[in-house]
Design a protein around this ligand. Sequence first.
Ligand code: PXG
Length: 294
Amino acid sequence: MSSELIIYLDGEFVKKSEAKVSVFDHGLLYGDGVFEGIRAYNGKVFRLKEHIDRIFAAAKSILLDIPMSKEELTEVVLETCRQNKLQDAYIRLVITRGVGDLGLSPKNCLKPTVFCIASTISLYPQELYDKGMPIVTATQRRNKATIVDPQIKSLNYLNNILAKIEAHQAGVSEAIMLNHDGVVAECTGDNIFIVKDGVIYTPPIYVGILDGITRLSVIELAKEAGFEVYEKEFTLFNVYNADECFLTGTAAEVIAVTSVDQRIIGDGKPGPITQQLLELFHEHAQNQGMPIYR
Ligand code: PXG
């Protein structure tokens, strides 16, 4: 791609090289803000309403007033895709507290900064989708829901980033994060599922996880396909002894996990239920969503 990306920034569409925010922006100074990672498939933005609802809910919970309506923010996302003539995209929508002074207090931040980037995505290598991937458990815990609720997709991702570094140090691409009680929560940028005796389990939101949009899509698709799905707490013992394990996320979609902390899951290959859900998800993602071009 030779032409420069077009970025939405505070009411304007500007070239990537001109898309700049202030060093006094509290998103940068304090991680004070919220974001979304969204996908478009085949000219349609996947579950855009859910992403817009989620960012509004996150903003509300941190007392950040998004300076536009849900309809207007939806149009920002669609128009950013149009400006870049994209059919398939990875979209990053970010709203920060805005430009203020050097104090923690947001009282001098008069206007939130809103930007949207629509680009292409680099997924995990195809080989990992075909063969499944090894993961490890990070020592870094997911933050406690009573402190900063992981349902808030905030610009503070440090604990997840530290867990991601642990994954890379172990030579793998993802890491399981436990909650403060040692219960399995999720991965650094993906939700986690296990399958045992044909039944599907995923941790409930209250253990302290992001209420993933791919997670919910997969739960719905699995139930429609006739599977029993339970949101239930489980431990690493249950993961190590599962028949199948897979991760879900906007970037990863659905991906099989074939070993965890060097324990082989099932027979060490992507399991049949994981493969079925991966196919159902691909079909669903290609065929539904909000049209970019009308
Ligand atoms: N858990 C966490 C902590 C996440 O950040 C998910 C689960 C999956 O949720 P969705 O709604 O996407 O199904 C996420 C996703 C990336 C990336 O590049 C992913 C996320 C955030 C930033 C980057 O993989 N979040």
